[in-house]
Each structure stands twice: as structure tokens, then as C-alpha cells.
Design a protein around this ligand. Sequence first.
Ligand code: PCA
Length: 219
Amino acid sequence: MTATPFPHVLLTGFAPFDGESSNPSWEAVQALEGEIIAGHRVVARCLPVEFGASLHALRHAIEELMPSLVICVGQAGGRTQISLERVAINVDDARIPDNAGAQPVDEVIVLDGPAAYFTGLPVKAMLAALRSSGIPAEISQTAGTFVCNHVFYGLMHALREQPGVRGGFIHIPYSPAQAALHPGAPSLPPAVVSQALRLSTAIALTVQHDVRIAAGTTH
Ligand code: PCA
């Protein structure tokens, strides 16, 4: 008798960019490769920091793995805590070139796509779980306009006709090693980030209806 394989959870991180020698998003998801969380097996993939190729790789991984849940993770240097992204917008506006030298300005990601997609993740329940586990976290109202937002928007667009598959995006601060080279910048240790992703994955797999707690901002 062959064992029933576990359904997959796809967690993605990114390659280093902007002169960094590592990207803590990939280090954090890579550490979870093969773990079983709420009856699902984690598969970790590293996406290139390139506007075109990142989404191509993500779509390919989704087709291959047919995951029940996809959480993409990216580095947001300067952010102070785990940032659960609420919304992806349909625009690329790159402050710096991507790793292939592309620098789109005010370009739509999907022609005739909606202006924005909301996350498919129960971000308020995730926020509550992270905070009650002693991990600093926030709801973020924008994933920026660089490759991370591009991937987030493309993910939600790809999942729009797969209502059974949840997806969303989490930004994380610099690692302590990176922050040491950006004096004064906030950071979180890799083990804390991995634990935050483990908890977030568990909540996304088990909490159907998000909770209603205030976590907005006034500016
Ligand atoms: N962060 C960038 C792209 C890759 C990453 O880790 C961003 O926030 O857009």
C-alpha cells in the first residue's frame, strides 16, 4: 500500500538584490522545506528578483505542485516587524533596476486586470497568533511597487479562478547580519522569521474565516 502523499504548501523567498549578499526571505522559507504543517508538506522555492522571470517561476511551481496554499515572502529592509500584506496593486514602478536590469515605471502588471487584489490569507488571525506568540507583526496596506508587489499581484491573479487555493504575501525585515551593515536598521533573527512563517502557515491552513480586530493605520 502506498502512503497518501501530503498536499503541498508552497512557500517562496527571493534571491538577494540591491547589493545584498543574502535575502532573509529565502533563508527563512528554506529552513521550513519538508516540514509537515497542519497535514501539509512545505515546499520552498527561491524566486528571481526579476519582473518577468519571478512570476513565470511562481506560476510554474503552482502548476507543478498544485498547492493548497501559497505564501510568498520578501525582504523589506527598514520595516520593523513581520508585515502581513493586505493588498496587491496593478502597477510596477521600480525605484531601482531588478536583477536583470529592468526598471519599469508606471506599467500595469496585467492589462485589463483589476486595480488591486486583496490577500486570500486570514491576516488578522495570523496577526493575533504572531503577537500572542511574542513575535512583532503588523498589517501592511502596501507591498510597494517593486518585484514583491508584482509577484503578489500575479499570484492573486493566477489564483482568481481557484477559490480553493489560498495565497498571499508577507514582508520581513532585514536579518541581523544585514542590519549590521545598515547601522540603525531594524532586524529580526532568522529563527524568529521561520517561526513566524510556520505559525502563519498553520493559521492559513486551519482558520477559514478571518477574525475582526482593528489593525489599520491613520496614515
Ligand atoms: N524584496 C523586494 C523584491 C525581492 C525582495 O525580497 C520587494 O520588496 O519588492
